[in-house]
Design a protein. Sequence first.
Length: 270
Amino acid sequence: MSNSKAADQEQPLVAHLIELRQRVMRMLLAVLIIFLGLFYFANDLYTYLSDPLTALLPEGTSMIATDVTSPFFAPFKLALVLAIFIGIPFILHQLWGFIAPGLYENEKHLAVPLLLSSILLFYAGIAFAYFVVFPLIFGFFTSVGPENVAVMTDISSYLNFVLKLFFAFGVVFEIPIATLLLIWSGATTPDSLTSKRAYVIVGCFVVGMLLTPPDIISQSLLAVPMWLLFEAGVIMGRIFTRGRKDELEDEFEAAMSEDDSNRDEDNAKS
């Protein structure tokens, strides 16, 4: 009996592992297909990515490759990372399909909008970095150098720099979702977060200092959006808690009215 019971318990675990393996293979296949479609345009994609810097370089200068393999591997790496970024909706969809059966209905109703919002916010963070942050940062860096120094950035160093900022801003733009999840789980309340606003602002600038180059411009360009996104998360949390409070009040009133009707029926029968 004990052996059969243990086998029954192991069977669902094996089935979950098989399902997880299948979904991971689908994720990798999707990323591979997107990568193969992007690889042909890898050099054009790198040219577009480097436009915020090359547009500000002095006349007669250009980017350089200090490593023999950089002209191939830099666009290759860019195409691979872009394939992962583009495949994020499908990757999250596969993860959602794996964990959704274990969620309650009310959790599913909340998780779907949060999932879609997190994807859009991640892409919004990348767009903010490219169209707003990069021109300001590169304009500052290319204007403060000595006159006798030619600015010629290595293509691999540039790629690593911008990918780091892409990831940093993409994650930072998830702050409203993280704040709402903390409030939804009961770990904190909007009033508690509001009372800690000063510490949050300081923390935003500390994170900005750690994730960006050592200049006040790029640090502020990350810290200020972090603070504003935190405030947006608090506002969303207030709306959510107010809505949940109204639902609980409606459920309580419905239960009370049902009890009253049952009591009236019992009195009528007696």
